[in-house]
Design a protein. Structure first.
Length: 268
């Protein structure tokens, strides 16, 4: 399902060029505040002058013709089981979009299913779509608490992990970030957390992640805007912002910094 770049020229903020955002399996994979990621993306996109349009996709729904960004959340094992058949059916479309560098953020349960497989505590193997070169095996103990990591492209990233799956990266995936202590991150051993491939990000960070980490939010918005409207679009929209929008963006950045500092001071 190739998508071509729009020919429409992005001009002043008043043009409000649309961005189509898909919330993937919102009904079953949306716990621990993952809806906050949608709110963060839409609010910052609005301030930059875009017109974000959110569509919620669940099994049985029609697949949208236009997708500029995909956000997916976490869910418990039974939630994964409810969506897995539909996810496999849509796997080819999702692979195509990932290859075309549509930005995606997958949290926890969908992070696991974007890998090769998730082996449950009952030793059932849920085959994933293999967009990320990772696999996950359930364990009895959970890894729970605020989490701080260092990411090469985003600096300090702060979120909240709550998972019993141990995720291991293959050669085709790079970690989102690195943690310093054992017992945290992907598997508690190799100090990695999350995974990346092209513009796809998988992570165990709930919390919500994006309100506390605006650099990742802007990475997603920039990727969506420049894929649809061309290189330089994001910078052009930033330059065209009015002072009221700039002030609001500064306020959100300040709140994000405060929230991340508080979370980082309370690691468990």
């Amino acid at each position: 399902m190739p998508q071509t770049q729009d020919n429409a020229k992005v001009g002043a903020v008043g043009d409000h060029p649309p961005l189509q955002i898909l919330s993937l399996y919102h009904r079953d994979m949306n716990i621990y505040g993952d809806s906050g990621n949608i709110l963060s993306v839409t609010r910052r996109a609005e301030l930059y002058g875009f017109r974000p349009m959110v569509r919620y996709y669940d099994p049985g729904d029609a697949w949208p013709e236009r997708i500029d960004m995909i956000l997916g959340g976490g869910g418990q094992d039974h939630g994964q089981e409810r969506i897995i058949d539909d996810l496999r059916e849509r796997g080819g479309l999702l692979h195509d979009l990932a290859d075309q560098e549509v930005p995606m953020l997958m949290i926890c349960g969908l992070y696991q299913l974007f890998g090769h497989y998730f082996e449950t505590s009952d030793h059932e193997r849920l085959e994933g779509v293999g967009i990320l070169d990772v696999h996950t095996i359930a364990q009895p103990e959970r890894m729970i608490g605020n989490l701080v990591e260092q990411a090469e492209d985003f600096g300090r990233v702060v979120g909240y992990e709550n998972h019993s799956g141990l995720t291991y990266l293959g050669e085709g995936a790079h970690p989102l970030g690195m943690v310093t202590e054992d017992g945290r991150g992907n598997n508690g051993k190799d100090h990695t957390e999350g995974a990346r491939w092209k513009k796809v990000i998988g992570t165990y960070m709930h919390g919500s992640l994006l309100p506390k980490n605006p650099a990742i939010t802007d990475f997603l918005i920039k990727g969506a805007a420049e894929r649809r409207y061309g290189q330089g679009t994001f910078a052009q929209m930033q330059e065209a912002m009015d002072q009221k929008s700039r002030n609001e963006l500064e306020r959100l950045d300040s709140l994000a910094d405060q929230a991340s500092r508080i979370a980082a001071s309370r690691p468990r």
